[in-house]
Design a binder for this molecule. Structure first.
Ligand code: SAH
Length: 253
């Protein structure tokens, strides 16, 4: 499509998108499009909102603090990732940012920071992490932005584990104590487990406590897995686990 090549910029907006729809820009978006990218009236931009797919839009009004785009045609439908949560214990800031960015690129539906016994972070910059997910989706061509949830305790999350779902959510428990064993977790799964929603759990730098490990191994929906013969840093482990899951059960399969 000729028009598509002319629009290189992709932006996430929190606004409905549809043919003929006017889309107001906030200050940051206007600054980015008009001051940083120097777009003129009539310039083309791709917008997505996580629901209505990707739309080719053109600039109809520009100003210092705002502006308006006009939605012309839909380029793509929304493409939802598989129903996969990435649950991880936040680590140092740059590495936590990396995990959120990579989880978005790798196709997580939800990103859930949790406090475990050995987690060193007791707060996170939630708004910043959500903004990283938006940026990653803009950059990787995604039409969906995963929600980053508030920091919660792992115990609480397990106590509230969704059991009302038609199929119980399965948990890929990345357990450093299994180091060196085979990671072929998908071999022994039932059909119901294969098609169920899933979550991946990655521990902090200090790993899981013996009590946490015992509790996790006891959960009927948990599948303890090794990620090979070396200890991976949590950020590497998150990407590795998402890779094997996407390859075996997700949208790479
Ligand atoms: N300090 C711990 C390692 C923690 S690594 C130790 O020395 O044992 C951080 C997290 O990454 C772990 O909790 C686990 O979830 C994951 N991880 C790293 N390497 C792994 C491996 N080889 N197998 C399974 N999980 C791994």
């Amino acid at each position: 499509m000729v028009t598509e090549v002319t629009a290189k910029i992709r932006l996430f907006v929190e606004h409905p998108l549809g043919a003929g729809q006017s889309v107001p820009l906030n200050r940051d978006q206007a600054h980015y499009l008009f001051n940083v990218m120097r777009l003129a009236i009539g310039a083309r931009v791709k917008l997505f909102n996580g629901v209505d797919g990707e739309w080719l839009c053109s600039v109809v009004e520009k100003g210092k603090r705002g502006g308006v785009l006009h939605a012309e045609e839909q380029l793509r439908d929304v493409q939802m990732p598989p129903d996969l949560w990435l649950i991880f214990a936040p680590i140092k800031k740059a590495r936590t940012d990396f995990i959120v960015e990579k989880a978005t690129e790798m196709g997580a539906a939800r990103i859930m920071p949790v406090q475990t016994t050995y987690t060193n972070a007791d707060r996170i910059r939630h708004d910043k992490l959500q903004a990283h997910a938006v940026e990653a989706a803009e950059q990787c061509g995604g039409t969906y932005v995963p929600e980053v949830t508030a920091l919660q305790k792992l115990d609480r999350l397990l106590a509230d584990w969704p059991t009302g779902e038609k199929q119980e959510r399965q948990l890929l428990f990345c357990d450093e104590a299994l180091i060196g064993q085979s990671s072929g977790f998908a071999d022994g799964l039932s059909d119901a487990e294969r098609t169920a929603p899933w979550a991946i759990l990655i521990g902090p730098e200090g790993g899981f406590s013996p009590e946490e490990r015992a509790r996790l191994r006891d959960l009927p929906y948990a599948h303890p897995v090794s990620l090979g013969p070396r200890i991976l840093r949590a950020d590497t482990a998150a990407v590795a686990a998402m890779t094997i899951w996407q390859q075996m059960l997700g949208d790479w399969a």
